[in-house]
Design a protein around this ligand. Structure first.
Ligand SMILES: [Zn+2]
Length: 163
């Protein structure tokens, strides 16, 4: 699942605990694994240097065009998710918890990056479980995949506003 969807879901969950930012972070991180276990679309790294299942795990980083594209996409996706969570859910009283929830929603995927650079326990076990729980769909249909992520973000927004 994209960072955007994870961040919006984490930010929405924080609305249930607006005075407990640390708990919002944990709830956001927990939601990450729950969402990864549902049918979803995800983009995959081009660069072996940051692919947690690729041949570049633990090897020196190759600074090439693929890495630049991956880092650009990841940065855009992450910032978009944080901005959407803020716009959708933050108020002067809740913004910090919402941001903690959104960052918590993204944080588990940072462990993929850590594993690709440092493939040792306990990160290796967490990475293995995280990769196994993925339920990728639309693997070869990027357009359908992107629309599925927009649908998830919209659904989370609507549910959060109804509660
Ligand atoms: Zn994940």
């Amino acid at each position: 699942m994209t960072f955007s969807a994870h961040a919006v879901a984490g930010g929405a969950l924080a609305l249930a605990m607006p005075h407990h930012p640390a708990l919002a972070f944990v709830a956001g991180a927990a939601s990450h694994f729950a969402l990864d276990a549902t049918p979803h679309w995800n983009y995959h790294p081009r660069s072996a240097s940051i692919d947690p299942e690729g041949a570049g795990v633990g090897k020196p980083v190759v600074y090439d065009r693929d890495l630049a594209i991956d880092l650009s996409v990841i940065a855009f996706d992450g910032v978009l998710g944080l901005v959407l969570a803020f716009i959708f859910f933050a108020t002067p009283a809740t913004w910090f918890a919402v941001m903690c929830g959104a960052v918590g929603g993204i944080a588990p995927d940072a462990l993929h990056l850590l594993y690709s650079r440092w493939p040792h326990e306990p990160i290796a076990l967490i990475n293995k479980l995280h990769c196994r729980m993925q339920w990728d769909i639309f693997e070869h249909n990027t357009i359908a995949g992107i629309f599925s992520q927009i649908a998830i973000i919209t659904l989370v927004f609507v549910i959060a506003k109804m509660i």
